[in-house]
Design a binder for this molecule. Sequence first.
Ligand code: GLN
Length: 486
Amino acid sequence: MELPFLTIKQASNLIKQKELSPLELTKSILERIQEKDERLNTYITVLSEKALESAKKAEEEISSGNYLGPLHGIPLGLKDIFVTKDITTTCGSKMLENFIPPYNATVTQKLLDSGAVILGKNNMDEFAMGSSTETSYFGPTANPWDLKRVPGGSSGGSASATAASLCLGSVGTDTGGSIRQPAALCGVVGMKPTYGRVSRFGMIAFASSLDQAGPLTNTVEDTAIILSAISGADPKDSTCLDIPVPDYTQSLKSDLKGLKIGIPKEYFVEGMDKDVEDASKKAISEMENLGAEIVEISLPHTQYAVLTYYIIAPSEASSNLARYDGVKYGFRAEDTQTLREMYFKTRAQGFGDEVKRRIMLGTYALSSGYYDAYYLKAQKVRTLIKNDFDEAFKNVDAIVAPTTPEVAFKIGEKTQDPIKMYLSDVLTIPCNIAGLPGISIPCGYSSNGLPIGIQVLAKPFDEETVIHVAHAYEQNTNWGEKRPEV
Ligand code: GLN
């Protein structure tokens, strides 16, 4: 098999046995990026030299008997939201176009400590606000299954690069669906861990009560490998809990006997693609064949999740993004006379339209006189949504539902209609609101050959059940095996 098409697990086995050189593997992927990425635009920055250097270092370490584990020598992408020491980190924005951080995010550091080779920084929606990667200041990313279509977002660069074999996997972030939705649209696996499982230190903040990092890979096993490496308590992020990190590869079981899976009736929404509905229903009956007991459940407040999210996330964003004022770092407008004018022009010129829209929405929702009606109300509804899940998990081990209401849409199709764009995440947002772990895995193709994803959710910190269900289904169906021709 050609090297870029290996899974992490396959490459890792060969590397460990010294049958594959990390340097050769890294070279072959860098060549593929060179050849293909002009059309796909999955990377904002490619770190050719640095990647070759760390691959060489990995090779030397391994040959001198110092093998660090399954990510040693594995070339990965990294969403450009994670700060990387001495390496430009843009967050998809003009505001940070020339920002070179002086330190590493915990996720970055953990990947480096595991011996992974970072190939480059993946494209994304500006400040992770979007569902299509079209709001990136660095141009849209294409979906490798159809270059005229979006890869989803905001981790669209990570998903497209993983599907197109321009990395063996990537780490993205999911605030309202930004790992699972692009994973579904690109036909790869994408997992959002429980809020508090992975450190947010050095992950550029969008909505701090929702943001969470997680892997995008070609198999569930590869996701388990990356998740084991990036999880765990961090003194630099007090919301990251001190709960032991299991070896998630131990959860890769092949059947679903003894598990009870709930199917929320509210997730088969009106206007859903028929192909998506059919593929999801087929996947559910496949899970039944694998031994799961399937029951219908209700999550009655589901319909309020998107509305709640679009109060809470912009409110937090308006506060988080206040720091981009041209004073300490990032873009600063030129030719300004006063401090006030410098602030105004910097923010007017440095942010794109979607980011400005969110800042205005959030500032409004938090302003005196509206705070109670919007922000406080949204927080209360958030509790109701969380309670729905708590109730459901009294009776079921996992929840399974379609990841998105439709397959990849055309580039430009929704850019003029923010509400339509926001509805892309109608099925992924509730999981973030409740802080749960969730994964999206491929479950079929539409009649025009585009990938479809199904998601598995479980109780907080029960990533093991998520991985168990996803892996058993994947092993018995193999929908993710085909890779797009690019
Ligand atoms: N699409 C959603 C938004 O634009 C989710 C983004 C995300 O998860 N980062 O807010």
